[in-house]
Structures are given as C-alpha cells and as structure tokens.
Design a protein around this ligand. Structure first.
Ligand code: NAD
Length: 477
C-alpha cells in the first residue's frame, strides 16, 4: 500500500545518484515501511538547473493558465484523498480522518493560491509631470528552495508549493525524509495536471547538506522553511549572508487563557480537541494553559476527564482519535519534559507515560502545579502534554502569556466582548483565536512574530513573499 518513494527532478522520478537510502518507519509499529532516496550534490545541482529552466517557462506562463493548471492539480489531490490519507497515516501516525482532512485542506489551499495567481495587482501612480507614466508591477522572485517538516506531510509543503507556483516561481522542495509520501502525492497531482518539467522539483537527503547547498546557490532566490526555531535561525542567518528573501514558520508555545466568565465546559472540549490533534505535534497547538482561579478546579477536572477517554492507537484503526508520536525523538523528548516537571514538583493529573513497547505511543497527559522554571513552561513540547496553572488577574495572565520569546498563536476563552477585545490587543502573537481554534484556513493569515518567524503562509499576504516589486517610470519625449 505504501508507495515507492523517489525524488522528482526536471519532470523525472529518480533515485539519488549514489543509491543512498534511509528507512521510513511506521510510528505505530516502529517497523520500516519503505526507503527514501538521498540526493548527492550532483543531484541537487540537477534540481537547481531544472528549477532555473522551469522558472523561465513558468514566469512566462499567463496567470490564467497557471490558475487553470493549479485547479486541476487540486482536483487530482482530492480524487486521491483516500489513498493519500493511508500513506500519511502509515508514515506519520495521525488518525486516518485527520490525514484525509489534511489532504482535502491541501486541495483547498491550492485552489486559494490558484485564485491569488490572478490577483498579483500592481499600481499606476499619478506622476508629477504630464509626460510621465509610473507603474509598479509584481514579478516572481525566482527559483525557491523550501524545507518542510514531518508533522503535516501535505499541509506544510502545499502552502509553499502553491504560493510559489501562483506567483510564477519554480520551486525545489525538500520534505522531511521521515514523511515523504504526502509530498509525493502533491507532486504527482501537479505532474498529472501537466505542470512543465523543472517547475516543481522534490529532493531528499541530509537536511543540513541540502539546505547549505541550496540556500547559498546563486540561482536560488528565496528560502521558505517550516520547523524548529533553532534550525530556522541557522537557515535565516545563511540566507542573510547571501541576501536571500525568506519566509520562516517556526516553533510556538501558545498561551491559553480561560477567563472567569468563560463557558468552561465548552472550553475544555474545544481545547482538548485542539491540543490532542496530531498528538500535540502542531506548531499552533495550545500549550501553556492558564485558568482563572475561580474556574480552575472545574476546568482541570473536565479537561483531565476528556484526556483520559481519548482512544490512543494505530491511526489506521477508524476508532482511534490520537495516534503515536511521529518519531522516537519525540517520545524521548516528551518523557524528558514530564520527568523534568515532576522532579520540580509538578503533579501528574492524568497520563504521564509511554504506552507499550511497540511504536511511539504516549498517554494524553495533564500536569498541574508546574513551576515556571520547568522546561515544559519554556520550551516547545510538541506532544500531548498540557501544563495547567491558575491565575487571578488579567494583567498577571497577560504577563505570563507574553513572557516567552515565541509569538505564533494565542488563545482565550471569555463571554465578555470587552475582555475579548482587550486580550486580542494584549497578546504578542501573530495569530489570536478567541472561543475557538479556527486557524490555518487558506484565506486567513498564517504566521508568527518574534522567535516564531516572519512572513505569512495564508491569506492574501502569503503570495507577496514570492513576488518582487518593480517600479517602471517612463517619460514620453
Ligand atoms: P529538527 O529541528 O532537527 O527538525 C525539524 C525539521 O527541520 C525536520 O523536518 C528536519 O528535516 C528539518 N531540518 C533540520 N535541520 C535542518 C537543516 N539544517 N536544514 C534544513 N532542514 C533541516 O528536529 P525534529 O526532532 O524533527 O523536531 C524538533 C522540533 O522542531 C519540535 O520539537 C518542534 O519544536 C519543531 N518543529 C516545528 C514544526 C512546525 O510546524 N513549526 C514542525 C516540526 C518540528
């Protein structure tokens, strides 16, 4: 069922030239399900040559033709959603329903960016003299190098691929080697829609080697990365050395404030659904929960009860609502976060341990009495663990929410319009959601500030990251 994984360079599916491969593991079993090929420098150079050639073709392809082709690719992705969902579950672990939803949202994202291709408007600026015409136009920035992580094999790649293609750029994407099949499905959808050779290329390899080669290559104009803040800073520094444009979608540590007047029952349900989605391996996952002291006990009881009743198991089983962690690194990291918190005095309200010895399963976990210096209160946990603390005043909660250098997502629950307005303004964060978790839709901004990165991967701003602005001023003499 799991597909053969190959690279895609200049319209050809291919292996790495030295035949190097890495195993791909199913996180539910820990067993290999296939191999991913690794690129050598010569393969990366071939990808750059292809992207350079593809850019010349694609930049001249009218926006309307780009739009039509992208819509066809979206339809291809939709038509294969069931098969693709099985691939994603096998390589990443999330439940089939989540994998299917991710695939279908991927198709919606392509549709959105296809439409945006037709809206890269410029300006005509009134001139100071009658014989002068001043126009500002948007042009594609050039070949793009994109690096995407393993938590959403389609959705991280599709934002970069479709905004680049909509703008008229060519692209080389390096998905995470651990979860290559989601992006393979995307590439296939575009190839079958008739995308010209070289416009979209996919490589795998040793991440640092691939990124160093591509970011410093003179033919690559723009870098887009999603992943940890630590790696993002390294790549941004390298991009800066070579004066390359960047979009950086990095880690988060989303604060959650449940105010005194919140609908606590509803808040607990919605927060549990958001927290344990993809086993907490989501950059906008709600992370540091603060609950008003008057509602604290009721919230902890209800939230822990929901956490305890989550059905954890192999995501391929339709009854399962939370799959395993995606790789053994996460399991080790989550065990470390819990152990550290407990050592510093935290109470494990529910969960707290690995499940079984096969695969990378961890219990949905709720921690209380967690001191601020615990690692989980400062570092992105990226797993199904929730620290909950009480607060007494608005200012205290805001100070804690904004304490960390991250600024990706922030959440609040309140029934007061005034509190909602105040907290919306007070959060230092790229995205704020109040009384729900409706982030990441194609038509709305998606991006962080501070250490969470820069640029947008959603809404009408996203395509800007792939466009140059050019002034043409012309006098008639
Ligand atoms: P990591 O930071 O090494 O890797 C994260 C991603 O970046 C992977 O896909 C990896 O292949 C890629 N990567 C790593 N080094 C790279 C390099 N030099 N050049 C190009 N790509 C590189 O570690 P990890 O164990 O995979 O994840 C650890 C942390 O990363 C998580 O705890 C989480 O904080 C963060 N993360 C964030 C996101 C997100 O959506 N923002 C996604 C995945 C991981």
């Amino acid at each position: 069922m799991y597909p053969k994984i190959q690279m895609y360079i200049d319209g050809q599916w291919c292996a790495g030239s030295a035949g190097r491969v890495e195993p791909i593991l199913n996180p539910a079993t820990g067993q290999p399900i296939g191999d991913v090929p690794c690129a050598e420098i010569v393969d990366l150079q071939a990808a750059v040559d292809a992207a350079k050639k593809g850019f010349q073709t694609w930049r001249r392809t009218p926006a309307y033709a780009r739009y039509k082709l992208m819509r066809a690719a979206a339809e291809n992705l939709r038509n294969n959603a069931d098969q693709t969902a099985h691939w994603i579950t096998a390589e990443q672990g999330k439940p089939l329903a989540e994998a299917r939803m991710e695939t279908l949202l991927g198709a919606d994202l392509i549709d959105w960016f296809a439409e945006e291709a037709r809206r890269t408007y410029g300006q005509v600026v009134p001139a100071r003299a009658g014989n002068i015409r001043q126009i500002v136009v948007k042009e594609p920035v050039g070949p793009v190098a994109a690096f995407t992580p393993w938590n959403f094999p389609i959705n991280q790649a599709v934002r970069k691929i479709s905004s680049a293609l909509a703008a008229g750029c060519s692209i080389i994407v390096k998905p995470a080697e651990e979860t290559p099949a989601g992006c393979r499905a995307l590439v296939q959808a575009f190839a079958e829609a008739g995308l010209p050779d070289g416009v979209l290329n996919m490589v795998f390899g040793t991440p640092s080697q691939v990124s160093e080669f591509l970011i410093s290559h003179p033919d690559i104009a723009k870098i887009s990365f999603t992943g940890s803040t630590a790696v993002g800073k390294q790549l941004a520094a390298l991009a800066g050395t070579h004066m390359k444009r960047t979009t950086m979608e990095l880690g988060g540590h989303a604060p959650v404030i449940v105010f005194e007047d919140a609908n606590v029952e509803k808040a607990a349900e919605l927060l549990a659904a958001a927290k344990f989605r993809n086993a907490g391996q989501v950059c906008v996952s709600p992370t540091r929960f603060m609950v008003h002291e008057s509602q604290y006990q009721a919230f902890v009881d209800r939230f822990s009860d929901i956490a305890q009743n989550i059905k954890v198991g192999n995501g391929a089983d339709p009854d399962v609502t939370m799959g395993p962690l995606a790789n053994p690194r996460r399991l080790e990291a989550i065990e470390g976060f819990v152990q550290d918190a407990v050592t510093r005095g935290a109470t494990v309200r529910t969960g707290g341990s690995r499940i079984g010895n096969e695969g990378f399963f961890f219990q949905p976990t709720v921690l209380t009495d967690v001191p601020k210096d615990a690692r989980i209160m400062n570092e992105e946990p990226f797993g199904p663990v929730v620290p909950i603390t009480p607060f007494s005043s608005f200012d205290e909660a805001v100070a804690e929410a904004n304490r960390l250098p991250y600024g990706l997502a922030a959440y609040a629950y309140t029934r007061s319009a005034q509190t909602a307005a105040d907290i919306g303004a007070a959060f230092e964060s790229g995205m704020v959601a109040i009384n729900h978790h409706g982030l990441a839709l194609p038509e709305i901004h998606f991006g962080g500030i501070k250490d969470s990165g820069s640029g947008s991967e959603g809404g009408s701003d996203a395509i800007e990251g792939y466009l140059n602005t050019k002034l043409i001023t012309q006098a008639s003499l």
